[in-house]
Design a binder for this molecule. Structure first.
Ligand code: NAI
Ligand code: 15L
Length: 300
């Protein structure tokens, strides 16, 4: 607790120094924010796409990066620990949370599909995680939510964190559950959470919709860093997108987090427009923000 407070004071002094003296470069601003406030960070979903992309980057944010997944993550490298666990196994989840200072939770069922997989990973799994967080006294969690919590808003609408959820899939419903569960653990037990409503985080946007929803890996790391280092996070909902020329999201309610995206989908526009057909405006996948998710299933 004392060392946490010392770290927070050091962080605030560093940010104050830069604020008073001015940031002479973007790099200085990033360096000021990428300080090691945490000794051990647990990253779940380490074997997945975002886990692999963040593995190296997140080492800048902590002394020890603990990696977990139910799938093989490969051997631990310098500055890493590996503890495999199925999120549906409460004892395994409790063990992987021991001695952890903050959790970056990417693990779970990441697309629309049969309910049982979603239930195990995203409902029971998230409950197990928050129970372990509560029992282990972990203060801060970054929860990978999704744009599919609000996928049934139109692509002609701009939404913010106060808009009610309109999930476009069982997957989106499960992420809405995770957001509500994390709010309960904040209000009842004081656990701070950032619900990152990630758009489309891949090396490049793959279609016209992703020109609006794209989040570069470097911007995802900036978002994670901002959420880990902001002095007071509370319970915050943040749309995870890059600085794209058009988007459907307004992050004004998360200014306290200090996320400043620096990448843009603009560089991909010409190529994407050249290789994709004119959108059919009567297609629900074109009308709604969730794209193809709005017409998937049923699966039983
Ligand atoms: P992914 O499917 O590549 O990785 C998810 C990882 O979670 C996998 O390695 C999988 O083995 C693990 N996992 C699944 N069920 C598990 C369980 N029961 N116990 C333990 N581990 C389990 O997904 P990706 O793209 O890396 O996404 C990471 C997170 O971010 C997911 O929660 C996803 O829903 C969320 N997200 C990702 C977006 C993207 O554009 N990549 C967009 C919005 C949300
Ligand atoms: C998600 O939530 C998925 O995890 C990811 O695979 C993409 O489909 C993304 O949303 C998207 O909407 O592009």
């Amino acid at each position: 607790m004392l060392s946490d407070n010392i770290q927070l004071v050091k962080h605030n002094l560093q940010v104050l120094w830069f604020t008073v003296n001015g940031f002479t470069s973007t790099q200085q601003r990033r360096n000021a924010m990428t300080i090691k406030l945490h000794n051990r960070i647990l990253m779940t979903g380490a074997a997945g796409g975002l886990g692999k992309a963040m593995r190296e980057r997140l080492k800048a944010n902590c002394t020890v990066l603990r990696l977990s997944d139910k799938a093989d993550c490969g051997p631990a490298q310098a500055g890493e620990e590996v503890m495999l666990a199925d999120l549906a196994d409460a004892d395994g989840v409790h063990a992987m949370c021991a001695d952890v200072d903050a959790v970056v939770h990417f693990g779970g069922f990441s697309v629309e599909g049969k309910f049982d997989g979603i239930l195990q990973g995203n409902i029971i799994g998230v409950y197990n995680l928050y129970e372990a967080v509560r029992k282990q006294g972990i203060k801060r969690v970054l929860f990978a939510s999704s744009n599919h919590v609000t996928g049934f808003y139109k692509q002609s609408e701009t939404i913010n964190a106060s808009h009610p959820p309109r999930p476009d899939s069982l997957y989106g419903v499960s992420k809405a559950f995770g957001e509500d569960l994390s709010r309960f653990y904040h209000d009842r037990y004081g656990v701070e959470t950032a619900c990152l409503r990630i758009g489309s985080s891949f090396p490049e946007p793959r279609d016209r919709r992703m020109l609006a929803s794209w989040l570069s890996y470097d911007d995802l790391h900036r978002l994670v860093t901002a959420c880990l280092t902001t002095p007071v996070l509370g319970h915050s909902i943040i749309f995870g997108v890059s600085n794209n020329p058009f988007t459907w999201y307004d992050n004004a309610q998360a200014r306290h987090v200090g996320y400043v995206p620096q990448d843009s989908s603009e560089q991909f526009h010409a190529a994407i427009y050249a290789k994709t057909p004119e959108p059919d405006l009567t297609d629900p996948a074109v009308q709604f923000q969730g794209g193809g998710f709005v017409k998937m299933g049923p699966f039983e």
